[in-house]
Write a protein that binds this ligand. Structure first.
Ligand code: NAD
Length: 487
């Protein structure tokens, strides 16, 4: 596909009230991290533009909430079908602005699209209940209602899926939306807004503001008493700031924040499966995933063999621009990400860890870091505390189950954990003992539109996807009426 022609088709303006409008703060560039080249110049919103977008979402709210659920669901189903037709375009666009290999971008189109299909089906299953109170004197009615206008802030690492995981349940529930994508990868959201319009979404139901001033544009929207919900996916540090802002109006919030996933390999694990799972859990999305395994906690009896096998597999990875055939490791998102991976690795090595393969940034254009395996990481190393967000697989050893649990839970995060063991009872014990929102038991990827995605501890609040996902966008109302028989 012609990259230039695709980029020309992507809107370069804000989308407010069904109109593509210029940004009052001028424009800003979007870059291809594999080349460092500017690929498009798009509208930069001012705080006033952000409020205009909220005005549009507020104006459209009543009519959208009153739109039959079947109609809402069918618009989303059409959007799902259109996304399949435009699959190659969306995949290439994500590779261009974010850097992930084309095959993985294709995988994200599948994953991101499934939220449209799932919530098109859930739209018509919003139910309530009716029942007698225990005293027999009344009837209790419990009903569900859209929360109202929502504001979404999304990260750069999954440009499509992080948007659809919020937009689809909100629209299904009857809510209108303002979304602010990450400034590093805004093009996919703009192109997706066009797709939703083509699928028949009425003006004002979805509004997009792109900006280089995330804080100053977001704060007035969050402070506005007409807003009813804030949903954020991104780092824990920014999530905490937003929670403080949201507390002013006691705003409903969903927070999908950072992770520091343990990947525990017991001595009874099927090592082939563990290595397979490790490659997915670590190197998918170039390691730039909140669900990326951050700490490989491996039993001392199998640690050397596990390290040998993953090192061998890493030798087969191909680094390069994501559009090239066979590339499995694209560039990191920017220089800052490369610096972070390099400094975390350096700290681990200084404290006594050994690099088995990789370990360096690539010279030349683009922000590439070699896929790396580092073993014998010492307690206290920063790499065990911080999200690496890059292709660095770090191994520590343990000797018994209690120690594995202690090491795995030794973090303020609790998004996802991976456990490899053939012992079912041990697997069940780990489900109960690990402080985690999600677990991969003998698998290296857990994400699925039909599953409740989310974390505990400082990894966040709320769940996206599954039956739970739509409830983030519904208010429960309880009504009591007298017993109609006059008792
Ligand atoms: P980030 O927190 O820097 O940015 C996320 C979004 O917040 C971006 O749109 C950014 O422009 C915006 N933002 C930044 N400062 C803001 C402010 N003061 N006010 C309002 N908005 C602001 O995160 P990132 O670097 O884009 O993404 C990586 C992080 O996201 C990692 O920590 C990763 O674990 C996390 N993440 C979590 C999930 C999940 O589902 N739990 C999924 C993907 C990514």
């Amino acid at each position: 596909m012609d990259e230039k022609a695709l980029l020309e088709r992507v809107p370069d303006r804000l989308y407010i009230g069904g109109e593509w409008t210029t940004g009052s703060a001028g424009t800003f560039p979007v870059f291809d991290p594999a080349t460092g080249n500017r690929i498009k110049e798009i509208a930069d919103a001012s705080p006033e533009d952000g409020i205009r977008a909220l005005d549009a979402a507020v104006a459209a709210a009543d009519a959208w909430a009153a739109t039959p659920a079947r109609t809402r669901g069918e618009i989303m189903r059409r959007a799902f079908d259109l996304l399949q037709e435009r699959r190659d375009e969306f995949a290439l666009l994500m590779t261009l602005e974010m850097g992930k290999p084309l095959a993985e971008a294709n995988g994200e189109v599948t994953y991101g699209g499934e939220f449209l299909r799932w919530f098109s089906e859930e739209a018509v299953r919003i139910t309530g209940r009716y029942g007698e109170n225990p005293e027999g004197t009344g009837r209790m009615i419990v009903s569900q209602h859209p929360v109202g206008p929502c504001f979404f802030i999304t990260p750069w690492n999954f440009p499509l899926a992080m948007a659809t995981r919020k937009i689809a349940p909100a629209l299904a529930a009857g809510c209108t939306v303002v979304i602010k994508p990450a400034e590093l990868t805004p093009l996919t959201t703009l192109y997706f807004a066009q797709l939703l319009t083509d699928a028949g979404l009425p003006a004002g139901v979805l509004n997009v503001v792109t900006t280089t001033s995330s804080g100053t544009v977001s704060a007035p929207i969050i402070a506005d008493s007409r807003l009813r919900k804030l949903s954020f996916t991104g780092s824990t540090a920014v999530g905490k700031k937003l929670l403080q802002q949201a507390s002013e109006n006691v705003l409903r919030t969903s927070m999908e924040l950072g992770g520091n996933a343990p990947f525990v390999v017991f001595d009874d694990a099927d090592l082939d499966k563990a290595v397979e799972g490790a490659m997915l859990a670590k190197f998918r999305n170039i390691g730039e995933a909140c669900t990326a395994a951050n700490r490989f906690i491996v039993h001392e009896d199998v640690a050397d063999e596990f390290a040998r096998r993953v090192t061998e597999r890493v030798g087969g990875l191909k680094i390069g621009r994501g559009t090239e055939d066979g590339v499995t490791i694209g560039p990191l998102i920017n220089e800052g990400a490369v610096d972070k991976a390099a400094s975390l690795l350096q700290d681990a090595v200084t404290r006594g860890a050994s690099v088995l393969t990789g370990g360096s940034r690539l010279e030349g254009s683009g922000t590439f870091f070699e896929p790396t395996v580092v073993t014998d990481v010492r307690p206290g190393s920063e790499i065990l505390r911080e999200e690496i967000f890059g292709p660095v697989l770090s191994i520590i050893r343990f000797s018994d189950e209690d120690e594995a649990v202690r090491l795995a839970n030794d973090t303020e995060y609790g998004l996802v954990s991976y456990v490899f063991t053939k012992d079912l009872a041990r697997g069940q014990r780990m489900i109960e003992r690990l402080e985690t929102g999600m677990m991969g038991l003998n698998v290296g990827v857990v994400s699925n539109a039909a599953a409740p995605f989310g974390g505990v501890k400082q990894s966040g609040l709320g769940r996206e996807g599954g039956f739970e996902g739509i409830h983030e966008y519904l208010n429960t109302k309880y009504t009591l009426t007298p017993n109609p028989f006059g008792v």
